[in-house]
Design a protein around this ligand. Structure first.
Ligand code: PMP
Length: 400
């Protein structure tokens, strides 16, 4: 009976790590997954996380089940971190926050809410977007279509296309927006462009649906990276925000994040929260506790909170240095006169190089540089020492 099941294709992002493992060449580089590495290319556990974990051990915390909605202290901390503690949506208790299984699980829970309470509604996602968005909505049986985002000619934002497509979407659609550090392009709208995006969303009665996977990691500042969410929430709109602590606290494997639904009244928020719990219960019953306690402990302690901010700035700073080094190496080596400055303008963990599928395959086959087939490079996994080699690989793939 299982004989009839065919082989599933490898995941386009996590499959890169599998191919990397199988590669026996010494020069191999894994620039696929967006997970931060040190200059020595080692995984990095934040010092502040180790401190929080030690505190938890000392206190002898137990492993009892969390409630379906997760750890109360975490839910409070995560919503305040996102909107700001003084935000009217917080003060008026208009946000339904439920702890999720990191960003992915939180997006999936929101998708389940859309499927159940907005039958036939469409989600608009950017072209391109993080590969898993399509899977999430497909599996939740939520319809989606794409809005223009990336302009290959300028390696920048196709703002007019984006606005036109959001305008053309059926009234009351969900518009999926990357809060900061757009994945895979690293291209974010400017504050003025966010205002215009908010205008068309309001005009069409759409519901903004933010995916915030990099708060604090894009600019190094938690507040600056939440500006887009706060700008739209200040207009009094209802909106959804999925959060993840994989990147900004390096808690990838702990699966800690949240879904926040901003409603127009505290009463509606209570009802929405009850429905989110109802959706979560048969899926996974209740979320894991460890990551939630780490976040709550760090955000709740001013000294630890400051240490976190300093470490986040350090990580964001290292990525910026590597970007600069890669840009310098490419500019020095490339005799074609191509302008590589887009690498410096891009924000966050990734650089979208514009390499085609065939060129990306050349990177892997000939140079043992493992990247996704859309030409995205995880700069967060690159060291300064490897920039020269990477520049050779890129130029060879680009020009040959
Ligand atoms: N959204 C975006 C845009 C992402 O880049 C990621 C991580 N790559 C996620 C969500 C979710 O990651 P996680 O489930 O590890 O929090």
């Amino acid at each position: 009976r299982f004989e009839g099941i065919t082989m599933a294709p490898p995941d386009p992002i996590l499959g890169v790590s599998e191919a990397f493992k199988a590669d026996t060449d010494e020069k191999k580089l894994n620039l696929g997954v967006g997970a931060y590495r040190t200059e020595e290319l080692q995984p990095y556990v934040l010092k502040v996380v180790k401190k929080a974990e030690n505190l938890m051990l000392e206190r002898g915390e137990n492993k009892e089940y969390l409630p379906i909605e997760g750890l109360a202290a975490f839910n409070k901390a995560t919503a305040e971190l996102l909107f700001g503690a003084e935000n009217p949506v917080i003060k008026q208790q208009r946000v339904a926050t439920v702890q999720g299984l990191s960003g992915t699980g939180s997006l999936r829970l929101a998708a389940a809410l859309i499927e159940r309470y907005f039958p036939g509604a469409k989600v608009l996602i950017s072209s391109p977007t993080w590969g898993n968005h399509k899977n999430i909505f497909n599996d939740a049986r939520v319809q989606w279509s794409e809005y223009r985002y990336y302009d290959p000619k300028t390696v920048g934002l196709d703002f007019d296309g984006m606005i036109a497509d959001i305008k053309a979407a059926p009234e009351g659609s969900f518009i999926l927006l990357h809060g900061c550090a757009h994945n895979p392009t690293g291209i974010d709208p400017t504050p003025e462009q966010w205002e215009k995006i908010a205008d068309v969303i309001q005009e069409k009665n759409h519901i903004p649906f933010f995916d915030v996977a990099y708060q604090g990691f894009a600019s190094g500042s938690l507040d600056a990276d939440a500006a887009s969410v706060r700008l739209l929430s200040a207009r009094g709109m209802e909106l959804l925000v999925a959060q993840s602590y994989s990147k900004n606290l390096g808690l990838y494997a702990e699966r800690i994040g949240a879904i926040n639904v901003v409603c127009s009244s505290a009463d509606a928020a209570t009802r929405v929260k009850s429905q989110l719990k109802r959706l979560a219960r048969p899926m996974y019953s209740n979320p894991p506790v460890h990551g939630a306690k780490i976040v709550a402990n760090i955000v709740g302690d001013p000294a630890l909170f400051n240490e976190w901010k300093a470490e986040m700035e350090m990580m964001a700073g290292r990525i910026k240095n590597v970007r600069q080094k890669l840009y310098d190496s490419l500019s020095a080596k490339d005799k074609s006169g191509k302008d590589w400055s887009f690498i410096l303008k891009q924000i966050g963990m990734f650089s979208f190089t514009g390499l085609s599928k065939t060129q990306s395959e050349n990177m892997t086959k000939k140079w043992h540089v493992h990247i996704t087939k859309d030409g995205r490079i995880s700069v967060a996994r690159l060291s300064s020492a490897k920039c020269e080699y990477l520049a050779d690989a890129i130029l060879d793939s680009y020009h040959n």
